[in-house]
Design a protein around this ligand. Structure first.
Ligand SMILES: CC(C)(COP(=O)(O)OP(=O)(O)OC[C@H]1O[C@@H](n2cnc3c(N)ncnc32)[C@H](O)[C@@H]1OP(=O)(O)O)[C@@H](O)C(=O)NCCC(=O)NCCS
Length: 208
């Protein structure tokens, strides 16, 4: 009985992998560049403006959108998204870009993370915000080896430093230097890597 379940499980996994491989053939014609096999449960908008490098892992129910001029509230945007080699993006992330985003190699983005350079206009109080024009404040760059914790929000024109850490639920709207740990709303620097001491050192600094 156990063997029956095991062989059913293996067949199910094989079918899913084959379906993703088949889908990859369709993806290849749609993306600007794609060198990794990505689950069909990832939702892409305008893949012709998205490039994905090698060994990239993007998990289910994540939404990655290059926002172009296909809604009346979106001005003539010209976005691009580059996801470099070895990046992992967890489930339930929202990545909505109307200017530009580079996620450099070997970045880890965990679950439920928001990354956006786009904002709804709200100046006209006589018009529902949904009907007001959207603006972009990008671009965004997440440098090599950074780690973005669960539920973090990266918003606006922001660079996250090399091997830096964005703590769970942080709200980041300013640049994070290399080798820093940030957390909180708005995010502040919690630790810095001290080169001389050769270790991470606690601090409390506002982001500039
Ligand atoms: C940021 C993080 C990595 C720090 O871990 P750590 O090095 O063990 O941190 P410490 O416990 O030494 O905390 C240092 C200080 O920062 C504070 N801090 C830590 N994480 C924080 C966060 N996310 N937001 C606000 N403050 C935070 C701590 O309370 C502590 O404050 P204190 O100096 O007043 O005591 C961790 O807290 C975190 O957020 N991890 C993300 C987890 C995650 O998303 N996992 C997904 C699976 S990969």
């Amino acid at each position: 009985m156990k063997i029956k379940y095991l062989s059913f499980g293996i067949k199910y996994l094989q079918a899913r992998i084959n379906a993703d491989r088949f889908h990859h053939i369709i993806y290849k014609s749609k993306f600007r560049k794609i060198e990794s096999i990505i689950s069909r449960k990832v939702d892409f908008k305008n893949p012709q403006r998205i490039s994905i490098g090698k060994n990239v892992n993007i998990q289910s129910y994540t939404w990655i959108a290059a926002m172009i001029n296909d809604l009346p509230v979106i001005k003539a945007f010209d976005p691009w998204i580059e996801i470099q080699d070895g990046v992992t993006i967890g489930r339930f992330c929202q990545i909505t870009i109307s200017n530009g985003l580079v996620i450099e190699s070997d970045v880890l983005i965990t679950e439920g993370v928001l990354i956006t350079d786009t904002i709804h206009g709200y100046e006209d109080v006589g018009t529902p915000i949904l009907r007001q024009r959207m603006f972009n404040r990008g671009p965004i760059r997440i440098k090599q080896g950074a780690w973005i914790g669960n539920g973090a929000r990266i918003v606006g024109s922001v660079t996250i430093g090399k091997n830096s850490i964005v703590g769970a639920n942080a709200y980041v709207d300013k640049d994070v230097p290399d080798y820093c740990m940030v957390g909180g709303i708005p995010a502040r620097i919690l630790k810095r890597y001290d080169d001389k001491a050769g270790k991470w050192v606690k601090c409390r600094e506002n982001l500039a």
